[in-house]
Every structure is written in structure tokens, then in C-alpha cells.
Design a protein around this ligand. Structure first.
Ligand code: ADP
Ligand code: GLC
Length: 477
């Protein structure tokens, strides 16, 4: 298959969360299985290895011609294309401390248009153009892609054999804008009903109704968004549910404790010696007492979605035990304040590191015994997969991808990989964390078994990539 993958963030070039990880890993996994893949994302900052191809795409949007240069990097069997335009050169990816950028609709409409042009003009790694490509769009940012394709390009007889698969990573962000913003998009009037959601322009809704198939990032999430987690799009999704399936994400090669270059020592399920060294380094680097004590970790965008309020609620109880709590995150001011206060209140036990740090994220996974992920909703979640692989046993809310990937411990089970609690309440969370702590301190063999099960679980991208290929084949007919 020929695949043109397009996303608003793509690790390692850009990343704010899991979408970046997926967009950096899935194209590689598809290429390894034999697809010809071009992956397109904005060039937010200089990527030294990517070279200027000399090719440009000029797109008319909002009354002006926008010239974009295409930077190219051929690596891991994928042609990575970084779209360069002044609108992407900013402090943040989607916004800054004052909020989201006002012109995001324009910035990502531009990305959609350029991605379509790339499919037509830029050859793949083997020097040949893509044939009847499947566009793999992701989330609201690229929701308009199938609309452009159907309402303009295909009308002109271009790319008529192409299809669009839309990845649904988070229904909580839809890119909604005022109706007036439709004017400058260069779409025909007849396309308005596709993008219209109660009188507003909604790019995610447009993607849902105009794509050929949709893939939510876990089976449970694919059902939940049709019932009560669609942020208003439940009905639209139900109408197209014959086109919707769920496929869980995988773990990229950079998340492997046996080879991780961010760690002071590597380790495997057979030999955990290196993990103890990672714990000591985590404690030392954050100024905590270096001791053999249970360490609870968390790495998260500080968003309402992530349920940090539950961690805040149980912290006094949790830290009344002889344990340490290490949190890494950035986002909402309210939770950043909790992070800072926790350091003042429990200076020898708690650290709340405010910021975005890839090396520290790896060290927290490696240095923790238990990983906390009490998300209100979680489409898939990557951190619980990473934590299982790193031997940090996850305690998660049983929702979305967390429910699909963590096997909860209960008496008589020997395949558990963590603790999944429900409902989403302080009591249920505290009980689950309590079980984890009790098992770790009183029943170390049982805990070791759970840890080992998680470390040995197979969450490789290869398996999920095979499922994506089946979807591509289905839409190509
Ligand atoms: P989401 O995409 O909703 O944020 P995921 O669990 O799918 O949740 O993915 C989160 C990704 O972002 C992981 O790779 C995680 O390590 C990373 N991440 C989140 N917050 C930070 C942070 N403050 N510093 C470094 N990495 C972070
Ligand atoms: C979103 C979701 C997260 C998912 C990620 C990658 O950011 O919040 O659950 O893992 O996308 O699919």
C-alpha cells in the first residue's frame, strides 16, 4: 500500500503528547511491513538532519498565497516531510501561556492542503510517486483533509483513487471555529454541511463524515465515543459506526529499558539490577533521599482529562506511608501549583517537576515501582504501556485504552499486569493504590510476578500496524 501519513506533531521532530509518539512510530512500523510511506508534519523548528528539497507548495488560503518549503529526511524506510512556513515558527506548537493560537484553523488547513500536494508531487523513497494513496489523517487538525480531497481535488479529476482513514486520538479537541471562518478556507459552499456542527465550523466532525474509515486508538474508546465520551459527536459517530473500529497503540523502539540511552543503567525482566540504579539516579537528580523505598511515579499533560485531582486528593494519605512520589508534567496552572506545593509540604518525599523533559520522563518510568494514571478518560494512553515495559506497575482508571491494556490483579489470577479501578472516585483510586502498596511491601513475590507480566507483555507496533494495513486494504477495495 501507498500511505501518506499526516499529523500535527511527529516525534522526535515535535511532540506535546502521545499523538507525537504515534505519528513518529506507526509510519516506521508500516514501512517495515512493506508499505511505501510518506509522513508529513509541520516544521516548527530547525531539524538539522532534514534537508531543503527545493520543492515548494503554494496554497491560497484566507485571501493570500502561502508558500511552503518542503524539508525532507529519509530514515527508517520512511520519507519524512517537514512543511516549512512562518506560521509554524512559534514558541509553542498549538499555543503559548496565554492559550491556543487564534489562527490554528488556518495553520492546520494549510497542513492538509500541502499534504495533498505532497502526495501528488513528491516521490516516495524509491523515487516513484505514490499510487492511489491512502491518506492517514489524525484528529481535528487534519479533519479537513478528506473534505478538501472530495470537494476540490477529486472534482478536478485529481487523486481520484485515493482514500482517507482518520485516526481518532481525542474527541476532547475538535478545532471548533466560528462559521465566518469558513469563507477563507477555499471550499465550495456546498461543503458547508460537512463541516457544520450546530452552526459552527467543526473540523473533527468534517473528518468523521468525510473520511472512508475511522480508527479510534482502542476498542473500548471506539465504543465510548458513541455513547458518552464523544464531546457532542456521539450521534455523528453512531451514524457512521460501520466505518469505525479501534486499534490500540504500540510502544516505539525508543521506549525499551534494555537499550534506553536516557538511563544511567539498562535492564531487562531477567535482570532488574539496572532498575535499582535508575531509581537511585532519579532520587539523586531530584534531591530526594536515595533509599530503597517504594517510588510512585506519574508523567502527564496537566489537563482535566488526566485526573491529577485524584492524585492531589490521595497525596496526604499516600505520603503518610514511607514512600516517595515523583511527578512530571506541565499544563494547567492549578495542577502546577499542586506540584510545587507538594514539594514544600513533603520535601523529603515528593517532587513535582513542572516542565516537559523527555529524559526525565524515561527516568521516572525506570525509577518508579508503581505508575499512577487515574485519567478521567483515556483514548489509548501510552504511559501505562511504557510503565509496564519499564517495570513500573500501573494503577489506572478502567476506561478507554487503559481498560484494554492493563489486566487488573485479583485473587487467583496469575496474568495481572496492574490495578484498574472504577468508578472514577478518590475512594476507588485510593483503594487501588492501597492494594499496590500492600502487595509491594507485604507480598513482594506477588508484586514481582505482576511486574514481570507487564515487562514481558507484547505491545509492539508491528501487531497494530498489521491491523491498520487491513483497514487501508478495506478502504482501497
Ligand atoms: P496524551 O497523549 O493524552 O498526553 P499518552 O499517554 O498517550 O497521553 O502520551 C503521553 C506522552 O507524552 C508520553 O510519551 C509521555 O511520556 C509524554 N509526556 C507527557 N507529559 C510529559 C512531560 N511533562 N515531559 C515529558 N514527556 C511528557
Ligand atoms: C491522545 C490520547 C491518548 C493517546 C494518544 C495517542 O493524546 O489522549 O490516550 O494515547 O492520543 O493516540
Amino acid at each position: 500500500m501507498d500511505v501518506l501519513f499526516v499529523a500535527s506533531e511527529m516525534a522526535p521532530f515535535s511532540k506535546t503528547g502521545g499523538l507525537g509518539d504515534v505519528a513518529g512510530a506507526l509510519p516506521k512500523a508500516l514501512a517495515a511491513r512493506g508499505d511505501r510511506v510518506i509522513a508529513v508534519s509541520p516544521r516548527y523548528s530547525v531539524v538539522p538532519e532534514a534537508t531543503d528539497s527545493g520543492l515548494t507548495a503554494s496554497i491560497w488560503l484566507y485571501g493570500r498565497l502561502h508558500r511552503c518549503r518542503l524539508f525532507v529526511l529519509d530514515r527508517d524506510g520512511v520519507r519524512w516531510v517537514l512543511v516549512d512556513n512562518a506560521c509554524y515558527h512559534r514558541e509553542g506548537i498549538y499555543g503559548d501561556s496565554t492559550g491556543a493560537y487564534d489562527d490554528n484553523l488556518f495553520r492546520y488547513a494549510l497542513l492538509c492542503r500541502v499534504a495533498i500536494e505532497v502526495a501528488e508531487t513528491l516521490p516516495a523513497l524509491d523515487g516513484k510517486r505514490l499510487e492511489r494513496p491512502v491518506f492517514h489523517a489524525n484528529d481535528w487538525h487534519t479533519g479537513l483533509l478528506p473534505v478538501y480531497l472530495a470537494a476540490t481535488y477529486k472534482q478536478e479529476g485529481r487523486l481520484h483513487g485515493s482514500r482517507v482513514v482518520l485516526g481518532l486520538h481525542n474527541l476532547g479537541h475538535q478545532g471548533t471555529a466560528r462559521r465566518a471562518a469558513f469563507e477563507g478556507l477555499g471550499l465550495p459552499r456546498a461543503a458547508w454541511p460537512l463541516v457544520d456542527m450546530h452552526g459552527h465550523l467543526n473540523p473533527l466532525k468534517a473528518g468523521i463524515v468525510a473520511s472512508d474509515a475511522m480508527v479510534a486508538v482502542s476498542p473500548t474508546y471506539s465504543r465510548q465515543i458513541q455513547v458518552d465520551q464523544g464531546f457532542g459527536l456521539e450521534g455523528v459517530l453512531r451514524e457512521r459506526n460501520d466505518r469505525l473500529i479501534g486499534i490500540v497503540n504500540g510502544i516505539g523502539p525508543e521506549w525499551d529499558p534494555a537499550t534506553d540511552t536516557h538511563l544511567p543503567a539498562t535492564y531487562t525482566a531477567d535482570d532488574l539490577t539496572g532498575k535499582a540504579a535508575c531509581k537511585a539516579e532519579l532520587q539523586r537528580s531530584l534531591g530526594l533521599p536515595v533509599r530503597d523505598v517504594p517510588v510512585f511515579g506519574m508523567v502527564s499533560r496537566l489537563d482535566h482529562q488526566k485526573g491529577v485531582d485524584l492524585v492531589e486528593a490521595i497525596a496526604p494519605w499516600l505520603l503518610s506511608n514511607d514512600v516517595q512520589l515523583v511527578m512530571l508534567g506541565s499544563g494547567s496552572e492549578r495542577y502546577e501549583r499542586f506540584f510545587r506545593q507538594s514539594e514544600r509540604r513533603w520535601p523529603r518525599q515528593a517532587r513535582g517537576y513542572v516542565g516537559f523533559s523527555e529524559p526525565l520522563a524515561h527516568l521516572v518510568e525506570a525509577g518508579s515501582d508503581v505508575f499512577l494514571m487515574p485519567s478521567r478518560f483515556e483514548p489509548c494512553g501510552l504511559n501505562q504501556l511504557y510503565s509496564m515495559r519499564y517495570g513500573a506497575v500501573p494503577v489506572v482508571h478502567a476506561t478507554g485504552g487503559l481498560a484494554d491494556t492493563v489486566t487488573t490483579a485479583s485473587p487467583g489470577r496469575d496474568d495481572a499486569t496492574g490495578w484498574a479501578f472504577r468508578p472514577h472516585s478518590v475512594e476507588a483510586f485510593q483503594a487501588a493504590v492501597g492494594y499496590a502498596l500492600l502487595t509491594l511491601t507485604r507480598y513482594p513475590e506477588a508484586f514481582a510476578r505482576i511486574r514481570e507480566n507487564g515487562m514481558r507483555s507484547d505491545w509492539s507496533w508491528d501487531r497494530s500496524a498489521a491491523r491498520y494495513q487491513a483497514v487501508y486494504r478495506a478502504v482501497q477495495g
